[in-house]
Design a protein around this ligand. Structure first.
Ligand code: CDP
Ligand code: MG
Length: 132
């Protein structure tokens, strides 16, 4: 059994999509092992997005993710890291297929609703950061 870290970003919370996203996770059959609504400090946001330090969008995404509350979750299931990425859809919602979370609810890369770990190693790191 594998675990991943998922996070409903501020725009997902403010647009009232918590229920919709959790419904998709539950219907797919993934276990929600932990769930917390929280506001990120900029330190925590910087650590979460550490792989993007130095990129032109780094400051913007750190500011955005810490601007309003998010919903952080640990999901468990077979191959959940890569399978949940499929459920999320492509980073740029313009390329995300209909039926994916980003494909169905987003049209702007900086407001793409959902985060999911990109590898088992990232999942371990992100889970440690959010659920100490
Ligand atoms: O979230 P994902 O793993 O699909 O993408 P990422 O490459 O790890 O980038 C993290 C987040 O930064 C994305 O989800 C986008 O919201 C944002 N981003 C952006 O605003 N502009 C870019 N050129 C790349 C990413
Ligand atoms: Mg990523």
């Amino acid at each position: 059994m594998e675990r991943t870290f998922a996070m409903i970003k501020p725009e997902g919370v403010s647009r009232g999509l918590i229920g919709e996203i959790i419904m998709r996770i539950e219907r797919k059959g993934y276990q929600i092992v932990a769930l917390q609504m929280l506001s990120l400090t900029s330190e925590m946001a910087s650590e979460h997005y550490a792989e993007h330090v130095g990129k032109p969008f780094f400051t913007r995404i750190v500011e955005h993710i810490s601007s309003n509350p998010v919903v952080a979750m640990i999901l468990e299931g077979p191959d959940v890291v890569s399978e949940f990425r499929k459920m999320m859809g492509a980073t740029n919602p313009i390329n995300a297929l209909t039926g994916t979370i980003r494909g169905d609810f987003a049209n702007d890369m900086s407001l793409n609703i959902i985060h999911g770990s990109d590898s088992v190693e990232s999942a371990t790191r992100e889970i440690k950061l959010f659920f100490k």
